[in-house]
Design a protein around this ligand. Structure first.
Ligand SMILES: NC(=O)c1ccc[n+]([C@@H]2O[C@H](COP(=O)([O-])OP(=O)(O)OC[C@H]3O[C@@H](n4cnc5c(N)ncnc54)[C@H](OP(=O)(O)O)[C@@H]3O)[C@@H](O)[C@H]2O)c1
Length: 288
């Protein structure tokens, strides 16, 4: 189903990257936008001239604060919000042995609990109206692990799992709501220059950390993905236009040939394990 009439979008994490591109492209197309971010009066000042409504929203805010923000956002335009884009997120870097529980919780609070609290805050409105789209910016890191990326991968794996469950729940409780998660590879945004590094805690990891930082730095400016093109595709997935026209858009959509290749390889590797270890897997059923 395609939508060409203007919609109202709420987007998290609009200071840079995908979020900023969403705001600019949607405003150019004539859609209403609630652009949100932390310290919005400063960090989103550059978006004032787009005509987007600016709302201060730190996605790590408490659930009760999120409910207040959702009400405020819903009332900004007649008809409420049509599309909620859970985009805000960041990469945390550190080996598992050097990370603390607090480090991991910091990352999960932003990349996983934030989107979950936002979902819970908007769902009552969306269910009552019986229409709308919940959209999540996941990652190829929700399929595939890398050294030093356990916090980030854990947060994106968690998001994948919860969103899949949510999609199955909504198919029963609110079948007219749509839900999608995109899984980008490396795209040229501020993500790799904004990495949060955990403090060095275990001397044995010094060389590993140095090599990891060299790798992370080498990605900056060399990402294969064009963030503007990714946002064009994401908007098409929601509106059912362009490359999504006439297609039933699935829950998950990979973006970027690098991410696509990693996800495909992970699926093939998993299938191979299922085939090669079928006898072991099936040997544990009762009655065997
Ligand atoms: N670029 C990639 O290669 C890539 C690949 C896969 C997935 N992604 C995902 O894409 C999403 C957007 O990232 P990006 O690539 O566009 O990077 P980006 O340019 O660094 O943008 C990240 C945005 O998230 C915001 N943010 C971080 N913590 C927040 C919080 N607690 N509350 C509200 N906003 C917060 C940042 O705001 P501040 O300015 O306040 O920090 C910024 O606006 C993230 O979820 C990321 O994981 C990116």
């Amino acid at each position: 189903m395609s939508t060409t009439s203007p919609q109202t979008w709420l987007i998290t994490g609009c200071s840079s990257g995908f979020g900023e591109a969403f705001v600019r492209q949607l405003r150019t197309a004539g859609d209403n936008v609630v652009a949100t971010g932390r310290n919005a009066s400063i960090k989103l000042a550059h978006l004032q001239d787009t005509g987007a409504k600016i709302l201060d929203l730190d996605v790590t805010a408490s659930a009760s604060e999120m409910n207040v923000k959702a009400k405020e956002a819903w009332e900004l335009f007649p008809g409420g919000i049509d599309v909620v884009v859970n985009n805000a997120g960041y990469i945390e870097s550190g080996a598992v042995e050097e990370l603390t529980q607090e480090d991991m919780e910091h990352c999960l609070r932003t990349n996983f609990h934030g989107p979950m609290n936002i979902t819970r805050a908007f769902l009552p409105y969306l269910r009552a109206r019986g229409s709308g789209t919940l959209f999540y910016v996941g990652s190829q890191a929700g399929w595939h692990g890398d050294p030093s990326a356990s916090s980030y991968c854990a947060s994106k794996f968690a998001l994948e799992g919860a969103v899949e469950c949510l999609a199955k729940e909504l198919a029963m409780f609110a079948p007219n709501l749509r839900i999608h998660i995109v899984e980008p590879g490396y795209f040229r945004t501020s993500a790799f220059s904004n990495i949060r590094h955990v403090p060095a805690r275990v001397p044995a990891y010094a060389e590993f950390n140095a090599a990891t930082r060299v790798f992370e730095q080498s990605v900056v400016g060399n990402e294969l993905g064009d963030a503007e093109k990714a946002v064009v595709r994401m908007i098409e997935l929601v509106k059912g236009t362009g490359m999504a026209a006439g297609k039933k858009v699935p829950l998950r959509v990979p973006l970027g040939s690098d991410g696509w290749a990693r996800i495909k390889a992970k699926c093939e590797e998993t299938l191979k394990i299922c085939e090669e270890w079928e006898d072991v897997a099936k040997s544990t059923d009762l009655g065997m």
